[in-house]
Write a protein that binds this ligand. Structure first.
Ligand code: PLP
Length: 361
């Protein structure tokens, strides 16, 4: 029998979440962010299900190749742009939009302009309004427009974007300040605008503009502290589950797992579930982190190991070898596990490893 550990991906949930972000931003087009293998959910399956999106956002040329290979002709935006001149013909072949965020990319475009006048590239100019990651200083917008519009290999219609650093905090001034800096820089410049990631779609309507760029929300995940995707009307798209492969009878004083980290305070039963950090479950999830065994809330005991974890069966008297174990999913928010492990839901979903089977649900 194959290993029971699997990630089920709900296509209904993906479709629901796309509809939900559209409902929240009815006047914006949607660039569905599917980088990092669609946040660990599987790029081809997600892009196919979300093919009604107006565009896809990816981080790597290879992601764009994968989307084209399943026959999708949506616009695709390479969110970090190109790295070297050899990327430019590939981008033309794949009909990609590119983000331009630095002077090195500008120079590559200027050198390329002499050679090619057909197939002008559609560009998104990225302004750094406060994140201090990628982007030009906002006051350079007019100069950038002039330089790029003078290039024969660049589409005349430029699009403008920025990224928000703290949109998941609904009560700090950072997002309005970034919006103001963006608006001031583009006061006399036309072209589509885009700023809103998922948290901004959910909490900052003023940021929606022409294009929203949700990632996590499409998968039903939240990065807003203390809130789950479901709190925003989203449906978790991934369920991570496995089965018990052993049940142990333990006595008071018995130690469980590496380092004897859990010492039993009484007689009872411990279940051994076929999942560990080798599957992408976080080793840093401490004892006490919830899991559902047979649909009932249980908890991890001892340390998570590579292939296995031990769970307390006190609350699950019916549990036996073969009983289902849910690590996260609609009935157990991934955000709860992420917060117990000191990380965010995105990292957990992206961290599912290749030995985990994916099931389309
Ligand atoms: C430029 C850009 N836009 C949009 C997103 C989507 O963010 P989120 O998944 O929080 O919606 C990301 C992801 O990090 C990004 O880098």
């Amino acid at each position: 029998m194959s290993r029971a550990t699997a990630a089920s991906i709900s296509h209904d949930a993906l479709r629901h979440n796309l509809a939900e972000v559209r409902r929240r931003a009815p006047n914006s087009r949607v660039m569905a962010v599917v980088k990092a293998d669609a946040y660990g959910h599987g790029l081809e399956r997600v892009a196919t299900t979300l093919r009604d999106a107006d565009a896809f956002g990816v981080a790597a040329l290879s992601d764009a190749e994968r989307i084209r290979s399943v026959g999708l002709d949506n616009r695709i935006v390479l969110l970090s742009g190109f790295d070297e001149p050899a990327d430019l013909p590939i981008m033309r072949r794949l009909k990609l939009d590119a983000v331009v965020h630095c002077d090195e990319q500008l120079r590559m475009l200027e050198l390329d302009a002499g050679d090619s006048v057909s197939d002008p590239l559609r560009l998104w100019v990225k302004l750094d309004t406060g994140m201090n990651r990628l982007g030009f200083r906002p006051e350079r917008a007019a100069e950038l427009q002039q330089r790029l519009r003078g290039l024969s290999n660049v589409h005349l219609d430029l699009q403008w974007m920025s990224h928000l650093a703290r949109s998941d905090e609904f009560d700090v001034p950072s997002t309005p300040e970034q919006l103001a800096a963006f608006d001031a820089a583009l006061r006399d410049i036309d072209g589509d605008r885009s700023l809103a990631n998922s948290a901004a779609v959910l909490g900052w309507p003023a940021s929606h503009r022409d294009w929203i760029r949700p990632g996590g929300a499409l998968y039903g995940m939240s990065v807003v502290d203390g809130k789950t995707g479901a709190d925003f009307g989203l449906k978790p798209a991934m369920s991570l589950h496995t089965r018990l492969i052993a049940v142990k009878q333990v006595r008071a004083g018995d130690c469980v797992g590496y380092g004897g980290a859990h010492v039993c305070d009484r007689e009872g039963r411990i279940g051994i579930a076929a999942i560990g950090y080798g599957d992408g479950y976080p080793r840093l999830a401490p004892a006490g982190t919830p899991v559902l065994v047979d649909g009932k809330v249980s908890r991890i005991v001892g340390r998570v190991s590579m292939d296995l974890m031990a769970v307390d069966l006190d609350a699950c008297p019916e549990a036996k070898v073969g009983s289902p174990v849910l690590l996260w999913g609609p009935e157990l928010p991934i955000e709860t596990i992420a917060s117990a492990a000191g990380t965010i839901s995105y990292e957990l979903a992206c961290g599912i490893t290749r030995r985990v089977r994916f099931i389309d649900a």
